[in-house]
Design a protein around this ligand. Structure first.
Ligand SMILES: [Fe+2]
Length: 497
């Protein structure tokens, strides 16, 4: 039997099809760049000393299916290096097995998002990981994450790809979350993989890694049903797996269909387990169908845990419709609002959880001061939508035009910056002003999309007075395709790593 040959391009040159996924700020950028001394207005705070890494799905080739979704492009890692009031920029594609195979063929070989049944026969069994969702720095290692694969380790300076990282063989799950959580006091990292025993499996693999990146605790458990568990939360005493009805179906995948669809017939199930617990200790608490991509944090007071996130009544991504019952996307239900869920581990398995909507605006990319993660948080930040011009006319992750500061104890927004007309934000990151600064005191860094010039700025906001606008604005001569998540790494940690 002869092995299938590498497919050849069918035509010279290349173009992306005329699809929304390849237009506007989703037009692939595909630029690997080095830029020394970014032009700036204002005063770049000299106490910002470190690297801001951000990852974006940036398709190297048009997907072989002719269409795509925002989560499926090849990972392009961006690095802003801050030193003494100056900033340099570098970007590199993550050299995944997928990218290397497709570059060799000069075309897309891997098909639809998380559906290997749409792949070219020559890449059967090869890694589909695109390393495009988030960035984590732990135990001296810079990792790029996408939840359908293991992490990819990257050099902190050159951004060259070292390869897939399985924590010295400690992680056997083929999947690993894009949103691990870190206890800032112990340095432990908490992580998990879902669909951990293969496509559409209900299995979750949960890991605790010590401050040196060694797996010290591992639990395998089953969710009530298979769903996208994009984020999770950890408190001082518990870990919570939010199972919400964005579901998959193996028969649908085999027929070439989408991995995810919204299923309004199912309940939300919050799996609560002691953070060093065992599978038989997990208890599931139930409520109406809800959707949240991201959570600020959670903390527990005794057995009572408060979980704060940006929660919608239904899946907020239009491409996950029609839903499993044939229903169409409803923008009025896909509004992520700052919401608190409260659950009591002392209550019997199968009981409900409480829900309290705290803020009416569409919000996304919630974040806290990492120095209080897993403990009690008082302050959160999030991108928000304020209705305005054509780029602000409605809700959605592509229409974030402000950043708000939220005080959970007061249960109100206590600061907000609204962008000028014709700008939208990508995800902000928070940087403390100093090691001993009070919670939430510092800077927010956020890429701003300028829809007039179609170039990006990086805004630096002071959290002491968000409404005053950026203390400095960095002007890039580049359009950076919509990124997903980033991380700030202080320079002294980069150098140790
Ligand atoms: Fe995320």
């Amino acid at each position: 039997m002869t092995a299938p040959s590498t497919p050849s391009p069918s035509r010279t040159g290349m173009r992306f099809p005329d699809q929304p996924i390849y237009s506007g700020w989703d037009t692939p950028s595909r630029v690997e760049a080095d830029l020394f001394e970014i032009l700036a207005d204002g005063e770049i705070p000299r106490d910002l000393c470190g690297r801001y890494y951000q990852i974006a799905p940036d398709p190297a080739f048009p997907n072989r299916t002719g269409d795509d979704i925002p989560f499926n492009g090849d990972g392009m890692l961006r690095m802003f290096t801050f030193a003494d009031g100056h900033v340099d920029y570098r970007s590199r594609y993550v050299r995944t097995e997928k990218l290397k195979l497709e570059r060799a063929a000069r075309r897309s070989l891997f098909g639809a998002y998380r559906n290997p049944y749409t792949d070219h026969v020559t890449v059967a069994g090869r890694s589909r990981g695109a390393a495009n969702t988030s960035v984590a720095f732990h135990a001296g290692k810079l990792l790029v994450l996408k939840e359908d694969a293991r992490p990819t380790r990257i050099d902190t300076d050159s951004l060259e790809t070292d390869g897939v990282w399985d924590f010295d063989g400690g992680v056997s799950s083929p999947t690993f979350t894009a949103h691990p959580r870190v206890d800032p006091v112990t340095g432990e990292m908490f992580a998990f993989g879902f669909e951990a025993k293969g496509l559409a499996s209900r299995d979750i693999a949960y890991y605790v890694l010590d401050a040196h990146g060694k797996v010290v605790h591992e639990v395998w458990l089953e969710a009530p049903y298979t769903s996208m568990i994009h984020d999770f939360v950890v408190t001082q005493d518990y870990v919570i797996f939010p199972v919400m009805p964005t579901t998959t179906d193996l028969d649908r995948l085999k027929a070439g269909g989408p991995h995810w669809k919204w299923d309004p017939s199912k309940e939300t199930c919050l799996g609560v387990m002691p953070r060093y617990g065992t599978a038989d200790q997990i208890r599931w608490y139930r409520g109406p169908a809800r959707w949240a991509y991201h959570f600020f944090n959670a903390y527990n007071e005794g057995t009572t845990t408060h979980i704060d996130g940006c929660v919608a009544e239904a899946q907020a991504a239009p491409f996950m419709y029609p839903d499993t019952l044939g229903g169409q996307y409803d923008a009025t239900k896909g509004v992520n609002r700052i919401t608190r869920w409260t659950v009591d581990y002392a209550a019997d398995d199968g009981k409900g959880f409480e829900e309290q909507v705290l803020q009416p605006e569409f919000t996304e990319f919630p974040l806290i001061d990492d120095r209080v993660e897993t403990g009690r948080h008082s302050i959160g930040f999030a991108g928000a939508c304020v209705i305005g011009d054509e780029h602000k006319g409605g809700n959605g992750i592509g229409r974030l035009n402000s950043i708000l500061r939220y005080e959970f104890d007061k249960q109100q927004a206590t600061g907000q910056y609204v962008l000028p007309e014709h700008f939208t934000f990508q995800e902000p990151v928070f940087v403390p002003r100093s090691d001993d600064a009070s919670e939430g005191d510092g800077y927010l860094l956020a890429l701003a999309n300028n829809w007039t010039t179609m170039l990006n700025d990086l805004f630096i906001l002071d959290t002491a007075d968000l409404a005053a606008g950026p203390v400095a604005t960095l002007h890039l001569p580049l359009r950076l395709r919509s990124g997903i998540h980033g991380a700030w790494v202080p320079e002294h940690l980069v150098q140790v790593g």
